[in-house]
Write a protein that binds this ligand. Structure first.
Ligand SMILES: Cc1cc2nc3c(=O)[nH]c(=O)nc-3n(C[C@H](O)[C@H](O)[C@H](O)COP(=O)(O)O)c2cc1C
Length: 347
């Protein structure tokens, strides 16, 4: 893509991607649950927050570097796990992982990926990566996924706790979408007789204890929106709490990340890494997430849009836009480093 034709903003990727992705796949990626109220509110919630910029700070250079579980990161913008990247581009997760690595962004691979986790790791060797786990019903299969992730150099497992059942994605019902469950959930494993799905609708705190006992690398609970759940997950040994309403795809009218962050951050009290996602489309949204106490801020759909438009290069660019916008927002808010970004910036 020529420089002039390149999108300037994250949002500009959306219509370009829509023109390239098959309509049923587009609805799967773009849609949310029920009336899609949380989906819309995810973007609106960041926009509702007003900032109180600090002035007369020498911001001629800004330091965006941070770390996660001892691994150095160039900046706090990371990639959220999203399923089936093959729907967006033939390079699938190989392209997204390469683009993320080129932008210095940590990449989280979904269990429901189009490409085996080892191939994704080989596409961006040495780059920081996490594996998202949909815990299979069969514990042997579950443990095998964790062992493979460790072996392939994934630095943490993010177990998704907000999908006991899939939300009612009515666009997918209308389209009679049949989502391929990707390469990691073997077809021959146990299937829930009531729901016919392979993930665990009974997943509970005992299972989290079990996961903790078999997972030798940092464990993150993804999909937490309440102080009590966050505290309990940390007490169970989780090293990270991922504040998310699953991109508005699970319980419609769930609160958004910026609404949940204050209570979660307060209850975690620095005992775990905090990730936030949902509706992040500007570097200013990232700044707000950090000001509300997140350590890292993740994006889902924008990566899929950019992958569809321009493969790995697009993913690199969309993440670089967010990083550069964050850097400028820091300057204009009087912040020289991430440590300067605190709740006092929020009106
Ligand atoms: C198409 C799509 C697929 C997703 N697949 C997964 C998944 O496999 N596992 C998971 O934990 N979350 C999944 N999510 C949720 C994302 O990890 C993330 O929470 C959400 O996309 C963030 O919102 P955003 O898309 O507005 O940035 C998916 C989201 C989308 C849009």
């Amino acid at each position: 893509m020529s420089d002039q034709a390149r999108p300037l903003t994250v949002a500009e990727y959306e219509p370009l991607a829509r023109a390239r992705v098959e309509p049923g796949a587009w609805d799967y990626q773009a849609g949310g649950a029920g009336d899609e109220l949380s989906l819309a509110d995810n973007v609106a919630a960041w926009n509702r927050i007003k900032l109180r910029p600090r002035v007369l700070v020498d911001v001629s250079s800004r330091d965006l570097r941070t770390s996660a579980f001892g691994v150095a990161l160039d900046h706090p913008v990371i990639v959220a796990p999203t399923a089936a990247h093959q729907l967006s581009h033939a390079d699938a997760e190989r392209g997204s992982a390469r683009g993320a690595a080129a932008a210095g962004a940590l990449f989280t691979l979904s269990t429901i990926s189009s490409v085996p986790m080892e191939e994704v790791a080989a596409a961006a060797p040495g780059a920081p990566r996490w594996f998202q786990l949909y815990a299979p019903i069969d514990r042997g299969a579950c443990r095998a996924l964790i062992d493979r992730a460790v072996e392939a150099g994934y630095g943490a497992v993010a177990v998704t706790v907000d999908l006991p059942l899939p939300g009612n994605r009515e666009r997918d019902v209308r389209n009679a979408l049949e989502l391929d469950l990707g390469v990691h959930l073997p077809a021959d494993q146990a299937v829930d007789p009531d729901t016919g799905i392979v993930v665990l609708p009974t997943l509970d705190w005992d299972d989290l204890d079990w996961l903790r006992s078999v997972c030798p690398i940092p464990l993150i609970a993804k999909g937490i929106l309440r102080a009590d759940d966050a505290a309990r997950a940390v007490d169970a040994g989780c090293d990270g709490i991922w504040v998310s309403n699953h991109g508005g795809r699970q319980l419609d009218t769930s609160i958004t990340a910026p609404e949940a962050l204050p209570e979660v951050v307060d209850s975690v009290g620095g005992r775990a890494l905090i990730v936030a996602d949902g509706g992040v489309r500007r570097g200013i949204d990232v700044l707000k997430g950090l000001a509300l106490g997140a350590d890292l801020v993740a994006v889902g759909r924008p990566v899929l849009w950019a992958l569809a438009v321009d493969g790995a290069d697009g993913v690199q660019r969309v993440l670089t836009i967010l990083r550069d916008e964050l850097s400028l927002a820091m300057a204009l808010a009087g912040c020289r480093s991430l440590a300067d970004i605190g709740p006092d910036l929020i009106a």
